[in-house]
Design a protein around this ligand. Structure first.
Ligand code: 6PG
Length: 477
């Protein structure tokens, strides 16, 4: 037994993660259900470091130093359970199974509990950064028993991305499902970021009248400022790409129906359960789903709407600046909502997740990595119990500065009939939080009227009911 770590499941993410460990000096046992893949990996990349190819589960387990560290990189769901069932009986107390897939945190909680009874440490580990990240340094969100991090942590710190200040983009998120929960919300925020960028693109195209190539340049400029991020950077690349077959902008030849594997949807489902308003993330999920309803869209194409009239050149440039403000303000709101969900999950499941640590490890390696996250980290460093990102002085001031433009952009979008659910939901959230009074009071009145559901008063404690069908006097409930 000579391998410090093992990876089973050698599709592209598993293979790249195994190579990353090997390139960092670890001896890595590798295993795959079909052994051809294992052999191919060692043949192709064996020169990169120490690999031990294992054909069978028994060989794989025998190759690992104790306590064994076994990383599972298979499809989330049943395949993960199948692998656990195969390996758990071969392991001994103190050994570790590390699930690096996009598992649902509830599954992770269940698995952790079951394995804990056998003395096996189960680490649900969120990994972000796609194929390249897995190879060159992902952002890593491990959960599970704290003591597992003592021996696993240093290895993860080695293979992880490093933030601009050199800090490894990994830390222990909390017990059982905490890591996969944080990864789930990462993906929800990723959906929201992508949707907001998409709306900005659509506005620049339909309202400002820019071409995809011009919009790519605008994004490149934005990427030198406060919006500096991986997603803005790759957006410019995608928009400037020209389709070889037709000579048209690539973005114009791709079918406009967005797919999803489910992590964004989970973020919203769980937020509903926790009662956390993640309206921006929800709109992003719904926007993907709407885009996929081809027949419904086809049937709706004839519906009336305003005629788009693109702006003149100088107006267009001013409008682009406004869109940047709207995008930035909406982005602050998405992150506010996402961090609220993490805080609520942490509270519900007793995870004690450090929001500052989450923002710190998202600074590099992951899909939502951005200069912006350093500022979120600073906000939580200054005040760990920040009730909301919007309560941070800097963010509040930036939104205050952006809000006129944000509103103007939404007015233009509405007038021209360009759908901007993400920008609009973000602004509605902001305005609702600011509001002195909300129509929720009226909702309570309606509920009391039709269902005697009772209400509380602003001037006295207690629950009350009005006898709506009678003399409309008020009774204590
Ligand atoms: C990451 C990504 C990764 C994956 C998503 C894509 O952090 O590296 O989020 O996990 O690319 O699952 O999600 P959709 O297929 O749902 O867009």
């Amino acid at each position: 037994s000579s391998a410090q770590i093992g990876v089973t499941g050698l599709a592209v993410m598993g293979r790249n993660l195994a190579r990353n460990f090997a390139r960092n000096g670890y001896t890595v046992a590798v295993h795959n259900r079909t052994a051809a893949r294992t052999r191919a990996l060692v043949e192709e990349f064996g020169h990169e470091g120490g690999f031990v190819a294992a054909e069978t589960a028994k060989e794989f387990v025998a190759a690992l130093e104790r306590p064994r560290r076994l990383v599972v990189m298979v499809k989330a769901g049943e395949p993960t359970d199948a692998v656990i069932e195969e390996f758990a009986p071969l392991l001994e107390p103190g050994d570790m199974i590390i699930d690096g897939g996009n598992a649902h945190f509830a599954d992770t909680r269940r698995r952790e509990k079951a394995l804990r009874e056998q003395g096996i440490h189960f680490v649900g580990m969120g990994v972000s950064g796609g194929e390249e990240g897995a190879l060159h340094g992902p952002s890593i969100m491990p959960g599970g028993p704290k003591e597992s991090y003592d021996s696993l942590g240093p290895m993860l710190e080695k293979i992880s991305a490093k933030a601009a200040d050199g800090t490894p983009c990994v830390s222990h998120m909390g017990p059982d499902g905490a890591g996969h929960f944080v990864k789930m919300v990462h993906n929800g925020i990723e959906y929201a970021d992508m949707q907001l960028i998409g709306e900005a693109y659509q506005l620049l195209r339909d309202v400002a009248g820019y071409t995809p190539a011009q919009i790519a340049d605008i994004f490149r400029t934005w990427n030198t400022g406060r919006l500096d991020s991986y997603l803005i950077e790759i957006t410019a690349e995608v928009l400037s790409h020209v389709d070889a077959a037709t000579g048209r902008p690539f973005v114009d030849v791709v079918v406009d129906q967005a797919e999803q594997k489910g992590t964004g949807r989970w973020t919203v489902q769980i937020a509903l359960d926790l009662g956390v308003p993640v309206s921006g993330i929800a709109e992003a999920v719904f926007a993907r789903s709407l885009s996929g309803h081809a027949a419904l869209r086809e049937a709706s194409r004839g519906l009336a709407g305003p005629k788009a009239a693109p702006l003149g050149e100088s107006e267009a440039a001013a409008f682009a600046d406004r869109v940047e403000q709207a995008l930035y303000a909406s982005k602050i709101v998405s992150y506010t909502q996402g961090f609220h969900e993490i805080a609520a999950g942490s509270e519900e499941y007793d995870w004690d997740i450090d929001l500052g640590a989450v923002s710190a490890l998202w600074r590099g390696g992951c899909i939502i990595r951005a200069a912006f996250l350093d500022r979120i980290r600073a906000a939580y460093d200054a005040r760990a119990d920040l009730p909301s990102l919007l309560s941070d002085e800097t963010f509040a001031r930036e939104i205050a500065d952006a809000q006129d433009d944000w509103r103007e952009v939404l007015i233009a979008a509405t007038r021209q009939g360009v759908p901007t659910p993400g920008f609009a939901a973000a602004l509605a959230y902001y305005d609702a939080l600011r509001a002195e009074r909300l129509p929720a009071a009226l909702t309570q009145g309606q509920r009391d009227y039709f269902g005697a559901h009772t209400y509380r008063r602003t001037d006295r404690d207690g629950s009350f009911h009005t006898l709506w069908g009678g003399d409309r006097s008020e009774v204590s409930a």
